[in-house]
Design a protein around this ligand. Structure first.
Ligand code: AMP
Ligand code: MG
Length: 421
């Protein structure tokens, strides 16, 4: 039996960051920047107004108050996106909108609310003059060129995980594409004579192939591109054919067929295509796990053989396949987000394994409460659907009492409701 950390470490030692490529900006969400990005111009590009108001020279507003406004002639109007060459003469004002470039000669913007514009407009006469109702200091309501990003500066570092804010920053630099590490192509193969594809009538004694879907969905959620290869029957020919269809992938995930009770055939066929190791990982669910490398000529594809039980399959994916995908994407850490919660049940851990108990975490009275979502059999997939996290009971802890603090790996941050609702 090997500990979870050792299994993960061995798997990751076979996994490399993928090549870089340029992708359309919006498609890079969750990918990782493959180079530093520099600004080739200032952002904002020009000094501009932070408020709708009047561009003035601060010196011309000296002594102005709301009751004794300083009256200046209005010599023009500047809308956002319509810069003017006309400068501001001393002793005058220009009406200006938020985001519009500040005219030459102006060094402050007084917002409408601090002028007598409303009263003047009420008279129905054209606005040829404006009363400035406050003394403006230089720079008032002006956003300076380069105050967000200065030309030449590194804006985003290589290794940054791209979120909506990074996408926005890259768009503000005018980039239509971003340099990122490629998304891994992940082959997903279910094995078993008992499996039927969804959408068909279920024959006697068969079950639907749900694992291929939960696995493919996990691949997509964590940023990979799933390629579902369908079902391999428990025959050498069927399995061999299916494996060959996935050898151009970056990671090959199979479901079932590798536990102790299974026909040796599956193991044998996998071994014939490369090397394979069978591990008993010190965790529950998910004890049996296969890891190896499939070979085709020079190509080597890491292979992860997940257990067939639907819950074990999903949980081992979270623990081992997810970090592998994130590493290929260029992520530098893959620890799952967790929180400390109060266990709402007694949990026994007799086998000295790391238990991962499907649980619903809810916040109540400023505390997180974690309740197991029903029977923990590794075939009970609905208890996974009701859960938003996994309570971790360490190997050396034989008993968690009701009210004990527990660490919960979060599958979702969805609080108060099952993730399926
Ligand atoms: P195995 O790992 O082949 O011993 O399978 C363990 C359990 O998982 C058995 O009850 C299988 O029927 C079930 N199982 C295997 N593959 C799938 C699958 N693709 N979808 C749903 N259940 C599966
Ligand atoms: Mg089987």
């Amino acid at each position: 039996m090997i500990p979870v950390e050792e299994a993960l470490e061995r798997i990751l030692s076979y996994v490399k960051v993928l090549e870089r490529e340029g992708r359309p900006l919006l498609e890079t969400l969750g990918q990782v920047l493959a180079q530093d990005l520099y600004a080739s111009f200032d952002i904002p590009p020009t000094d501009n107004a932070a408020m709708d108001g009047y561009a003035v020279r601060a010196a011309d507003t000296h002594g102005a108050t709301l009751s004794r406004p300083k009256v200046l002639p209005v010599i023009g109007e500047i809308a956002a996106g319509h810069p003017t060459r006309k400068g501001l003469r001393p002793g005058s004002a220009m009406r200006i909108m938020t985001g519009a470039s500040i005219p030459q000669g102006a060094d402050a913007v007084v917002q409408f609310e601090e002028t007598d514009e409303v009263e003047r407009k009420a008279t129905g006469k054209p606005l040829t003059q404006i009363g400035i109702g406050r003394e403006a200091e230089a720079d008032l309501n002006i956003r300076r060129a380069g105050e967000d990003i200065a030309r030449g500066q590194v804006v985003l570092r290589q290794g940054t995980v791209i979120r909506p804010s990074e996408i926005g920053v890259m768009a503000s630099l005018g980039l239509a594409r971003a340099p990122v590490y490629r998304r891994p192509l992940v082959a997903v193969l279910a094995t078993g004579d008992e499996l039927t594809e969804v959408g068909r009538t279920l024959p006697q004694g068969k079950i639907y192939n749900s694992n291929a879907f939960s696995i493919a969905a996990q691949v997509r959620r964590y940023g990979g591109i799933p390629r579902v290869l369908g079902i391999a029957r428990d025959t050498v020919a069927s399995l061999t054919r299916k494996i060959q269809k996935g050898l151009d992938a970056d990671l090959f995930v199979t479901s079932a067929g590798v536990s102790t009770g299974d026909y040796d055939m599956v193991k044998e066929v996998l071994a014939r295509h490369g090397e394979i190791n069978f591990w008993t990982v010190r965790m529950k669910p998910g004890k049996p796990l296969a890891f190896g490398v499939l070979r085709q000529g020079e190509r080597r594809v890491p292979h992860l053989g997940l257990p067939g039980n639907p819950v074990s399959s999903m949980v081992t994916f979270e623990m081992f396949a997810r970090p592998a995908i994130l590493k290929m994407l260029g992520w530098r850490s893959w620890e799952k987000p967790y929180l400390m919660a109060v266990s709402q049940s007694r949990i026994e851990n007799k086998g000295g394994l790391r238990l991962l108990i499907r649980a619903l975490v809810e916040r109540r009275d400023g505390q997180y409460l974690a309740s197991p979502t029903g029977p923990q059999g590794s075939g009970i997939l609905t208890s996974m659907a009701l859960a938003n996290g996994l309570i971790v009971v360490p190997e050396e802890v034989a008993l968690v009492k009701e009210g004990d603090p527990v660490k919960v790996l979060m599958l979702d941050w969805n609080q108060g409701q099952g993730a399926s609702q």
